[in-house]
Design a protein around this ligand. Structure first.
Ligand SMILES: *[C@@H]1O[C@H](CO)[C@@H](O)[C@H](O)[C@H]1NC(C)=O
Ligand SMILES: *[C@@H]1O[C@H](CO)[C@@H](O)[C@H](O)[C@H]1NC(C)=O
Ligand SMILES: *[C@@H]1O[C@H](CO)[C@@H](O)[C@H](O)[C@H]1NC(C)=O
Ligand SMILES: *[C@@H]1O[C@H](CO)[C@@H](O)[C@H](O)[C@H]1NC(C)=O
Ligand SMILES: *[C@@H]1O[C@H](CO)[C@@H](O)[C@H](O)[C@H]1NC(C)=O
Ligand SMILES: *[C@@H]1O[C@H](CO)[C@@H](O)[C@H](O)[C@H]1NC(C)=O
Ligand SMILES: *[C@@H]1O[C@H](CO)[C@@H](O)[C@H](O)[C@H]1NC(C)=O
Ligand SMILES: *[C@@H]1O[C@H](CO)[C@@H](O)[C@H](O)[C@H]1NC(C)=O
Ligand SMILES: *[C@@H]1O[C@H](CO)[C@@H](O)[C@H](O)[C@H]1NC(C)=O
Ligand SMILES: *[C@@H]1O[C@H](CO)[C@@H](O)[C@H](O)[C@H]1NC(C)=O
Length: 390
C-alpha cells in the first residue's frame, strides 16, 4: 500500500491511546506538505493571479488532507486495501470515500463514506478537525477505541459509527453538533448514559443507539428533538419508565425499546391521543407491567406491529385492540394476561403473525379468528384455552 509505509506504522505503534500529535509524528506530517507544495509549483506559474486564487483552495485541502492521513495512519488493518488511493499523489477528491464540496457548499471535505470495508484500528481524533464534514459513515467496520471528539463539526448531519467495537461513553458534547439528523452508534460496546442533553439535537430524525450496554434512564429531553421519527434503543440496560414525552413527538413512527430493563406501564401519550404517525411499537423483553387500558385502540392508531412480549402485563386483553385494523404483527406472549381472547381479534384483516403463547388465557378460541386469511404464524400454546381452533 502506497502512503502508509513502515514510518507511519512505527509512529502508531509507539502510542496506544491515539495520541497522534506528538513530536514523533511531525516529520511524517511534513513530507506530504512538501510534496503538495512541489505539485503546486509545477502545476501553476509563480505569481499568476489564477494561481494565487487556487492556492487558497489547495491550502484548505491540505489541512483536510493532513487530517485524513492521520486517520489513515490510525488504521491498523486494511486488508482489502480500500484506502490504497489515499496518498498525496492522488488529488484529495479522488480518494476513495472522500466527498469534496461543490459550488453549492464551498469549503473542505464534505463527506467520508467508508461503510463496510473491514477497516480496523482506532478512529483518529483528527476527524474532529474536518469542520466542513456533513456526512461521516464508518458503519460496519472493525474500529476500536473511543468515539473521537467530534463536537466542533457544526455542519455534521449524518453520523453512523454503528456495527464497530467502540468502547467508552457517548460524549455529552456530541450534542454540540446541532445539525445532526441521523445519529447511529448502534452495535458497539458503549457504556454510560444516553447524554442528558440529547434534546439539544433539535434536527434529529433518527436516533439509533441499540445494541450497546447503555444504562440510566431514557432522557425526557428527547421531546425537544421534535422531528424524531425513529428511535432504536433496543438491547441495552436502560431502566426506569418510558417517558411520557416520547408520545408527544408528533412524527414518531418507530419506537423500539426492546430488551432493556424498563418498568411501569405504557405511557398514555403513545395511544390515547391521535397517534397516526406511530407504526411500530416494540417494547418486548422488559419489566413493563400493569393492565393494558381498555381503551387501547379506541383512538385512531395506524400501528402495524405491536410487540409487548416477555413482560409482566396482566389483566384482560382489551377488545379495543381489534380496532387497530392495520396490524400485521401482534406479540403478547410470555405475559400474565387472563380471560378470553377477544372476538374482535377477528377484525385483524391484514394480520400475519399472532403470538399469545404462555399467558393465563382461558375459554374457547373465538370462531372469528378463522377469518384471518393472511395469518401465517399463530401460537396460543401454554395457556388454558379449550382445544379446537375454528
Ligand atoms: C480541493 O478541493 C476542491 C473542492 O473542494 C477541488 O475542486 C480540488 O480539486 C481539490 N484539490 C485537490 C488538489 O485535491
Ligand atoms: C459487507 O460487505 C460484504 C462483502 O465484502 C457483504 O457480503 C456484506 O453483505 C456487506 N454487509 C453490509 C451490511 O453491507
Ligand atoms: C485483517 O482483517 C481481515 C478482514 O477483517 C482479517 O481476515 C485478517 O485476519 C486481519 N489481519 C490481521 C493481521 O489482523
Ligand atoms: C486540529 O487542528 C488544530 C488547529 O488547526 C491543531 O492544533 C490540532 O493538532 C488538530 N488536531 C488533530 C487531532 O488533528
Ligand atoms: C460547540 O460549537 C461551537 C460552535 O458553534 C464551538 O465554538 C464550541 O467550541 C463547540 N464546543 C465544543 C465542546 O466542542
Ligand atoms: C468532549 O467530551 C469528551 C468526553 O467527555 C472529552 O474527552 C473532550 O475533551 C470533550 N471535547 C471538548 C471539545 O470539550
Ligand atoms: C454488555 O455487558 C456484558 C457483561 O455485563 C457483556 O457480557 C456483554 O458482551 C456486553 N455487551 C455489549 C454489547 O457491550
Ligand atoms: C428543551 O427545550 C426547553 C424549552 O424550549 C428548554 O428549556 C430546555 O433547555 C431544552 N432542553 C435541552 C436538553 O435542550
Ligand atoms: C412532521 O412531518 C411533516 C410531514 O413530513 C412535516 O411537514 C412536519 O414539519 C414534521 N413535524 C416536525 C415537528 O418535524
Ligand atoms: C389524526 O391525525 C391525522 C394526521 O395528523 C389526521 O389526518 C386525522 O384526521 C386525525 N384523526 C382524528 C380522528 O383526529
Amino acid at each position: 500500500m502506497e502512503g502508509s509505509g513502515p514510518p507511519f506504522r512505527a509512529i502508531r505503534r509507539s502510542k496506544d491511546q491515539g495520541g497522534l500529535l506528538t513530536c514523533a509524528s511531525q516529520p511524517a506530517r511534513l513530507a506530504p506538505i512538501l510534496t503538495l507544495l512541489s505539485l503546486l509549483l509545477i502545476s501553476c506559474g509563480v505569481g499568476s493571479i489564477r494561481c494565487s486564487s487556487s492556492t487558497t483552495t489547495i491550502h484548505d485541502n491540505s489541512t483536510d488532507m493532513m487530517s485524513l492521513l492521520d486517520f489513515k495512519r490510525a488504521i491498523t488493518n486494511d486488508s482489502s486495501q480500500a484506502l490504497r488511493s489515499w496518498h498525496v499523489g492522488v488529488p484529495l477528491c479522488g480518494w476513495k470515500g472522500v466527498v469534496c464540496s461543490g459550488p453549492k457548499h464551498p469549503g473542505g471535505v464534505m463527506g467520508l463514506n467508508l461503510r463496510n470495508l473491514s477497516l480496523s484500528g482506532t478512529i483518529s481524533p483528527s476527524l474532529g478537525n474536518l469542520t466542513f464534514l456533513r456526512r461521516l459513515d464508518l458503519f460496519s467496520n472493525g474500529f476500536t477505541g473511543e468515539i473521537p471528539p467530534l463536537s466542533r463539526l457544526q455542519r455534521l448531519e449524518y453520523l453512523d459509527l454503528g456495527y464497530n467495537s467502540l468502547r467508552g461513553i457517548i460524549p455529552d458534547n456530541l450534542t454540540n453538533c446541532s445539525n445532526l439528523r441521523d445519529l447511529s452508534l448502534s452495535r458497539n460496546l458503549l457504556i454510560g448514559e444516553v447524554p442528558s442533553g440529547i434534546g439539544r439535537l433539535s434536527n434529529l430524525v433518527s436516533l439509533q443507539l441499540g445494541g450497546n450496554n447503555l444504562t440510566g434512564e431514557i432522557p425526557p429531553s428527547l421531546k425537544n428533538s421534535s422531528q424524531l421519527e425513529n428511535i432504536w434503543l433496543a438491547d441495552n440496560k436502560l431502566a426506569g419508565t418510558i417517558p411520557d414525552e416520547l408520545g408527544k413527538l408528533p412524527n414518531l413512527s418507530d419506537l423500539d425499546l426492546d430488551a432493556n430493563q424498563l418498568s411501569g406501564g405504557i405511557p398514555e401519550t403513545l395511544y390515547k391521543y391521535n397517534r397516526s404517525s406511530l407504526q411500530y411499537l416494540t417494547l418486548g423483553s422488559n419489566m413493563l407491567g400493569k393492565t393494558l387500558p381498555s381503551n387501547f385502540g379506541d383512538t385512531p392508531l395506524n400501528l402495524e406491529a405491536l410487540e409487548l412480549e416477555d413482560n409482566n402485563f396482566e389483566g384482560h386483553l382489551p377488545a379495543s385492540l381489534g380496532n387497530i385494523s392495520g396490524l400485521f404483527l401482534l406479540d403478547m406472549s410470555f405475559n400474565n394476561f387472563v380471560g378470553q381472547v377477544p372476538s374482535s381479534f377477528g377484525n385483524f384483516g391484514t394480520l400475519d403473525y399472532l403470538n399469545l403463547r404462555q399467558n393465563n388465557l382461558s375459554g374457547f378460541i373465538p370462531i372469528e379468528l378463522g377469518g384471518l386469511k393472511l395469518l401465517n404464524h399463530l401460537d396460543m400454546s401454554d395457556n388454558s384455552l379449550q382445544s379446537g381452533v375454528p
